[in-house]
Design a protein around this ligand. Structure first.
Ligand code: PAF
Length: 284
C-alpha cells in the first residue's frame, strides 16, 4: 500500500481513500462512487479494527465477508484494496494512540469508552500509509466524522475529509453493517429511529427550536415501539458535539437505540442560514 501511495504521489495522482470495516452495503459503495468521481486513484481499506471495540462488544461476531467485499470494490474500479492483518497494524508492543479529547467523551464515547481512541488511531495510521488527498466517510456516524475532522485540523494532516449523505432502505432505515444482526421483528421496529427523526423534522419545520421539546418529541415516538430502547436523543452543535439548548446554524439531532442486542444510530443535520433563518434545511 505504501509503495502504491508513493507511486501515485510521484505520478501526481489525486488520491481518494475509503476506509471501511467491510460487510459492504450501498452506503460504502456510495463513498467509492463519489471518490471515483473526484479522484484519479481510489484506494479502499478493509480492516475490522479491534481497538475500536469494547471488551463486551461485537468484535468477534462482526460480519466478515472479504470475498464479496473485494469483488464489489473491484467492480467499482477501486485501484487498490488494503486489507491488513491485525499484527501489521498493531505489532507487538504497540503503545501509541490518538486521543481527541472533548468530542470523544460524549454520546457514543460515553456509551463506548475507548471507541474513538481506536477509531482516531487506526484512521491516522491509514492516512499515513495510503497518503490520500481526500478521505470519504458517511454522515451516519456523524460523531466519528467530527472526531476525525478535529484530528485532521489539530494535527495538520494533509487530507480533506469528504462527508457523504446517509443511504437508507426504502422504509427509511439507515444502512449499517449491524442491520444484519436484526431478526425480522427487530428489523421492522428499527424504522423507529427514522420515524423519530421525521417527527423531529416536523417539529423544527413548525418553528420549534428548543432542544428539550425536540428530544421529548423523539421520546414520545419511541414510546410507541416496545421493541426499541432509546439510548439517547440529543441536539448538539455540528462542529464540537456540545449539547445545545436551541437548534441554531448547524446542529445535529442524534438518536441511538437498542433493538434487542443490536445498537443502532441515526441522525439529522439541521442547517439554519444566519441571514435567512426561514430557509432552514434538514438533511435526514
Ligand atoms: O466507520 C468505520 O467503518 C470505521 O470506524 C473506520 C472509519 C473504517 C475505522 O475503523
Amino acid at each position: 500500500m505504501k509503495e502504491a501511495a508513493r507511486q501515485a504521489r510521484a505520478e501526481n495522482h489525486l488520491v481518494g481513500l475509503v476506509p471501511t470495516m467491510g460487510a459492504l452495503h450501498e452506503g460504502h459503495l456510495s463513498l467509492v462512487r463519489r471518490a471515483k468521481q473526484e479522484c484519479s486513484r481510489v484506494y479502499a481499506s478493509l480492516f475490522v479494527n479491534p481497538k475500536q471495540f469494547g471488551p463486551n462488544e461485537d468484535f468477534a461476531k462482526y460480519p466478515r465477508t472479504f470475498e464479496s467485499d473485494a469483488a464489489q470494490f473491484a467492480e467499482l474500479g477501486v485501484d487498490a484494496l488494503f486489507a491488513p492483518a491485525a499484527d501489521d497494524i498493531y505489532p507487538g508492543g504497540f503503545s501509541s494512540y490518538v486521543n481527541v479529547d472533548g468530542i470523544s467523551d460524549r454520546l457514543e464515547g460515553r456509551s463506548r469508552p475507548g471507541h474513538f481512541r481506536g477509531v482516531a488511531t487506526v484512521v491516522l495510521k491509514l492516512f499515513e500509509i495510503a497518503q490520500p488527498d481526500f478521505a470519504y466517510f458517511g454522515r451516519k456516524d456523524a460523531q466519528q466524522v467530527a472526531v476525525i475532522q478535529r484530528m485532521v485540523r489539530d494535527l495538520n494532516l494533509n487530507v480533506q475529509i469528504v462527508v457523504c449523505p446517509i443511504v437508507r432502505e426504502a422504509d427509511g432505515l439507515a444502512l449499517s453493517s449491524r442491520n444484519a444482526y436484526l431478526n425480522p421483528e427487530e428489523r421492522r421496529a428499527a424504522t423507529i429511529l427514522y420515524r423519530a427523526l421525521q417527527a423531529a423534522r416536523a417539529e423544527i419545520a413548525a418553528g420549534t427550536r428548543d432542544a428539550l421539546e425536540i428530544q421529548n418529541r423523539i421520546r414520545t415516538v419511541f414510546n410507541s415501539e416496545p421493541l426499541a430502547r432509546l439510548d439517547y436523543a440529543e441536539v448538539v452543535a455540528a462542529d464540537d458535539f456540545e449539547p445545545v439548548a436551541r437548534v441554531s446554524r448547524a446542529s445535529y439531532v442524534l438518536v441511538a437505540a437498542h433493538l434487542g442486542k443490536t445498537r443502532l444510530l441515526d441522525n439529522m443535520l439541521v442547517e439554519i442560514p444566519e441571514k435567512n433563518p426561514t430557509e432552514l434545511v434538514c438533511h435526514i
